[in-house]
Each structure stands twice: as structure tokens, then as C-alpha cells.
Write a protein that binds this ligand. Structure first.
Ligand SMILES: [Zn+2]
Length: 177
């Protein structure tokens, strides 16, 4: 999308430059002087609308270039801000190289999920797992992260996200969303 905008504005700039060049050549042809560079020192009347269009296009092109350069300087993995893990949709933001605001959302209605820590018993002692519940979908459990309470669940999801960043699988996740 960004590339299309950039291409459109760059093309627009070239079109205006071409119109201006043709305009200057036509002025030159009307002139009797034979020196090929003489037109460079002529003053011409340029319509204000043309000046405004040129200035606007130059300004927009400059802003787009600055934006594109800034975007290029951001590491690719920092475009990875959403994934489907443990049955829920997880979203987060990057602050420098650190993941922040990690939380999960319902894959059906996109409501923010609630959590319920489940402490059970097994042959090996107490076992925790954390259920993530959607209040908007009749309190259905949408995701369950085994092995701990809510904090442990968030750490498990973080570890999975960092694993995907390290092995490059995050690129697939960016494409799928
Ligand atoms: Zn839901």
C-alpha cells in the first residue's frame, strides 16, 4: 500500500515536471533567439496553480521519502505485533527491543479476554493452568495455557513469540494476518 502511494506521487511529480518542460520548450520555440541555452535566462509567466501543484507534490514526495526511510530503519520483526497462539489472538507492541502490552483477544468476536487461574491436582502434585475466557461469547474458554498462573501464561506466550522471532517464523505470521 505504501509502495503504491510512493509510486503514485513519484509518477505525479514526473508528470508535472514533463508538463513544465513542455511548457518551457514551447516558450523557447516561440522565441527567435538561436542559442540553445538562451531559454534558461528567460523569465516566464507560470500559472500559480502549476506552482502550487509542483510545491505540493515536492512536499508530499519529501514526506513520503522521510516516512519510508524511517520505516526501513525499523527492524522487520517489529512489524510482528499479532499472532494466534494457544487458541487466542495475541497482540503486543514493541518498545525498542522489548515486547509490551501483551494481551489476548477472542478469535471469534475480538473481545478482550478475561482470565481464570485453575489450580488442580495430579499424581505429581498441584498443577496450574490459566484459562482465557470471552465474556462476549457466553463465557466460553477460548484459550488455555498450561503450566502456571496468569503471569506464567504471559511468560509462556512471550517465549513463543521470541522463539518465532529467532527462527524467522514470525514472517509467516505477519503474512497470515
Ligand atoms: Zn468472543
Amino acid at each position: 500500500m505504501q509502495n503504491k502511494f510512493t509510486e503514485t506521487f513519484v509518477c505525479g511529480k514526473y508528470v508535472v515536471c514533463a508538463i513544465l518542460t513542455m511548457y518551457l520548450i514551447s516558450v523557447h520555440q516561440q522565441n527567435e533567439e538561436s542559442n540553445i541555452f538562451s531559454w534558461l535566462v528567460h523569465t516566464i509567466a507560470v500559472p500559480i496553480w502549476l506552482v502550487l501543484i509542483i510545491c505540493t507534490l515536492l512536499l508530499l514526495t519529501t514526506l513520503i521519502c522521510i516516512f519510508a526511510l524511517k520505516k526501513q530503519s525499523t527492524p522487520h520483526y517489529q512489524r510482528y505485533k499479532k499472532d494466534r497462539l494457544f487458541g487466542a489472538v495475541w497482540r503486543w507492541r514493541w518498545q525498542d527491543n522489548t515486547m509490551i502490552s501483551l494481551w489476548c483477544y477472542c478469535p471469534e468476536c475480538d473481545d478482550e479476554l478475561l482470565y481464570n487461574e485453575d489450580k488442580g491436582r495430579s499424581l505429581y502434585g498441584q498443577v496450574y493452568k490459566t484459562h482465557f475466557i470471552c465474556a462476549n461469547c457466553d463465557n466460553q474458554v477460548k484459550a488455555t495455557v498450561p503450566g502456571g498462573n496468569k503471569e506464567d501464561a504471559l511468560i509462556a506466550v512471550e517465549r513463543e513469540i521470541y522463539r518465532k522471532v529467532r527462527n524467522g517464523q514470525f514472517k509467516q505470521a505477519i503474512k497470515s494476518f
